[in-house]
Design a binder for this molecule. Structure first.
Ligand code: FES
Ligand code: FES
Length: 162
């Protein structure tokens, strides 16, 4: 057992646990943040994606010791007090959510992509989302949502440059 301090969705959290325990388990069971989903448990589906210090990571294969002192953003921390994040809005508008199991991972992967590349090419979008599996096969709508979110960002960028 050891003690770890993490900042999760801007809130400091402390946990005493086995250093090798998956971060996903700590988020879901200790912090009750169940938006990150358990899919394969082997780093293959990305349902468990969160953003750690600006990079998307899969939490099912990330030991909690690796998150010590880091900033974690989960899907619960994305929306504003009274408004959704623009990527969440785009997913809603495009009907990109079926059962919703893959959705937190898809959205956080998109947020990370747009932070790194505000104007991604089609190739960069596909490359970024390529490893995120959707068992409902909603890929067409999901890609449309990512394009819409990227476009909305580009429009607001060009407006602010005027
Ligand atoms: S549950 Fe983590 S990658 Fe599948
Ligand atoms: S919406 Fe069901 S897994 Fe993607």
């Amino acid at each position: 057992m050891a003690q770890f301090r993490l900042t999760v969705n801007s809130r400091e959290r402390v946990v005493d646990t086995d250093p090798e325990r998956p971060l996903l388990e700590v988020l879901r069971e200790d912090f009750k943040l169940t938006g990150s989903k358990y899919g394969c448990g082997e780093g293959q589906c990305r349902a468990c994606t969160v953003i750690m210090d600006e990079r998307p990571i899969v939490t099912c294969v990330t030991p909690v010791r690796s998150a010590n002192g880091r900033n974690i953003l989960t899907i619960e921390g994305l929306a504003g007090v009274d408004s959704l994040h623009s990527v969440q809005e785009a997913f809603l508008q495009e009907g990109a959510i079926q059962c919703g199991y893959c959705t937190p991972g898809m959205i956080l992967r998109t947020v990370a992509l747009l932070r790194e590349r505000p104007k991604p090419t089609e190739e960069q979008i596909v490359e970024a989302l390529n490893g995120n599996l959707c068992r409902c096969c909603g890929y067409a709508a999901i890609l449309a949502a990512v394009r819409k979110a990227a476009g909305a960002r580009q429009t607001s960028d060009s407006k602010s440059a005027e």
